[in-house]
Design a protein around this ligand. Structure first.
Ligand SMILES: NC(=O)c1ccc[n+]([C@@H]2O[C@H](COP(=O)([O-])OP(=O)(O)OC[C@H]3O[C@@H](n4cnc5c(N)ncnc54)[C@H](OP(=O)(O)O)[C@@H]3O)[C@@H](O)[C@H]2O)c1
Length: 316
């Protein structure tokens, strides 16, 4: 429960009444909850959406259906499901509407399934819907060892791109190579010249912002696209418009969450396509780092302090 806004330590684990399966809804026993950077932003009150207090953070979960409400067809107790529920996921049990549910492919375990939706949907929406990636294009992924970064590498490779990734540690760069990057760059140094190190690229995926963004913009070749996904560095970059003008570049915003809410049926197709690809073994979501639900503050702090490679999941 988040009863006041602040650092992750304001969260407290409390006993509350469990959810009931009302009409059109199911209850799910949570086996894993995905932890995202945005959960920490909700708790600190620095996200653009500010839920009223108190609230339980956690937007994505995986588990087994416990009970089904009236009018629910197609799901039974025991079914393995994942769900994006907005808030309330850091819990042992949740309620979800049927249209929030998807079946988990057999080859994904609960922590992988719980950390799939946000990172993979953002990656595919950014690369295909927004940046119009074509096969054979070169993509530079900043923050390539992070949750969105690793998913973007995996999805870009799947779409037929050549991927170069930048990350700040050896461990993150190794994960980026494992995910399918053909080359990795060390982004821990102050003034990285991406054009010099990577050569020209067609697309930059930028989930971190800060001082690397202007350099990445200059690495774009003719008609190149810089895709603005987030500001994990804490700094919103100022991009020089003259470098956007040169070579007919584009700077493209991505707000997957807002799009998913206002385009529910398209989002459902997008997620279904990704889950099918993962089920076939064409996509390879990495195994997340696991924390106990009681250690939620430590899990969020690890994300905020840049320690984590890949995703984090809470397991009740
Ligand atoms: N626009 C959208 O639709 C959308 C969707 C999902 C997520 N996002 C946003 O995208 C961003 C990244 O999300 P994520 O899930 O990939 O997060 P993440 O797993 O925590 O990865 C973020 C990466 O940012 C880099 N970073 C640089 N400076 C940092 C700092 N001061 N603190 C923390 N990380 C720092 C780190 O890589 P290095 O250590 O290699 O620099 C880290 O691996 C977040 O801001 C999130 O809110 C946006």
């Amino acid at each position: 429960m988040c009863r006041e806004l602040g650092p992750p330590e304001v969260l407290a684990v409390e006993e509350v009444a469990g959810p009931v399966a009302s009409a059109g809804r199911v209850t799910v026993d949570v086996e894993a909850a995905g932890v995202n950077f945005v959960d920490a932003l909700f708790v600190s009150g620095t996200y653009q959406v500010k839920p009223p207090l108190p609230f339980t953070p956690g937007s994505e979960i995986a588990g087994r259906v416990a009970a089904v409400g009236d009018g629910v067809a197609g799901y039974s107790p025991g079914d393995r499901v994942l769900a994006s529920i907005g808030l309330g996921g850091f819990a042992t049990a949740v309620s979800a509407s049927v249209d929030q549910l998807n079946r988990i492919p057999d080859n994904l375990d609960a922590p992988q399934a719980a950390t799939f939706t946000q990172s993979y949907c953002t990656a595919l929406f950014a690369l295909r819907n927004r940046a119009r990636l074509s096969q054979g294009e070169r993509v530079l992924v900043l923050g390539g060892g992070g949750g969105v970064g690793l998913a973007a590498i995996d999805v870009a490779r799947w779409l037929g791109a050549e991927v170069i990734a930048a990350a700040s540690t050896e461990v993150k760069r190794a994960a980026a190579l494992q995910a399918g990057a053909v080359a990795v760059l060390d982004s821990s140094v102050e003034n990285v010249n991406f054009r010099e190190l990577a050569g020209f690229v067609d697309i930059v995926i930028d989930p971190i912002g800060g001082h690397h963004s202007p350099s990445a913009l200059r690495a774009l070749r003719e008609n190149g696209r810089l895709v603005v996904i987030g500001f994990a560095s804490g700094t919103i970059p100022l991009l020089p418009a003259n470098h956007v003008l040169l070579r007919n570049r584009e700077v493209i915003g991505v707000d997957w969450g807002a799009w998913a809410m206002s385009h529910a049926s398209e989002q459902s197709v997008l997620l279904g396509e990704l889950l099918d690809a993962a089920g076939r073994g064409d996509l390879h979501p990495t195994a997340p780092t696991i924390y106990r639900l009681d250690d939620v503050a430590a899990a969020l702090s690890a994300l905020l302090s840049r320690e984590v490679t890949g995703k984090v999941a809470l397991v009740p």
